[in-house]
Design a protein around this ligand. Structure first.
Ligand SMILES: [Zn+2]
Length: 173
């Protein structure tokens, strides 16, 4: 049996209400508690047990894809969405349901927002000043061409990274 040997023993208990957090952290309170097979990506996942609160957890708990059953679809769906493919078409190509594609779309959007936030925080920490930023605006629509949306953007022209964007409904004003 292949064991996921790359999973190191965590240094802290997963549960934040565990009494181990208030104790001396040098005391090893976590032990291995076997592995389980995750069929959604055919991987062996290591389990650990906390000897202080007696609860157990696995390395899967640290992943943003925790409890996902179709995690193999995350990357292909991200690529297809980035190429402008419709959700219905993606579902047809990947032989899955539209509901799955919609759920993945929402999950990937949340992930992208988080990544962008981290990117902006890193920019603030690095304290680099921009010589130039560009304001731009793109026009698109939601549901119907009778419902236009304009998206003002702030872009860093050298790297073409989007720093901020908003959504405006011209018909509302
Ligand atoms: Zn614990």
């Amino acid at each position: 049996m292949h064991l996921n040997s790359s999973a190191r023993l965590p240094t802290q208990c997963f549960y934040s209400d565990c009494p181990s957090f208030s104790r001396d952290s040098s005391f090893v309170h976590l032990v291995r508690k076997g592995v389980f097979f995750r069929s959604s990506d055919s991987k062996y996942i290591a389990r650990f047990q906390c000897k202080i609160c007696n609860r157990s957890f696995s390395t899967a708990r640290y992943s943003s894809c925790f409890l996902q059953k179709r995690r193999r679809l995350n990357d292909p769906i991200r690529e297809h969405l980035a190429q402008g493919m419709t959700q219905r078409q993606i579902a047809r190509v990947l032989k899955t349901s539209r509901k799955t594609v919609e759920r993945k779309f929402r999950f990937l959007a949340a992930q992208a927002r988080l990544t962008h936030q981290q990117f902006l925080q890193a920019l603030v920490r690095s304290n680099n000043k921009f010589d130039l930023i560009q304001f731009d605006e793109m026009e698109t629509f939601e549901r119907s061409k009778c419902l236009p949306v304009s998206i003002p953007l702030i872009v860093e022209p050298k790297t073409r990274k989007i720093l901020a964007l908003a959504r405006k409904y011209p018909l509302d004003s």
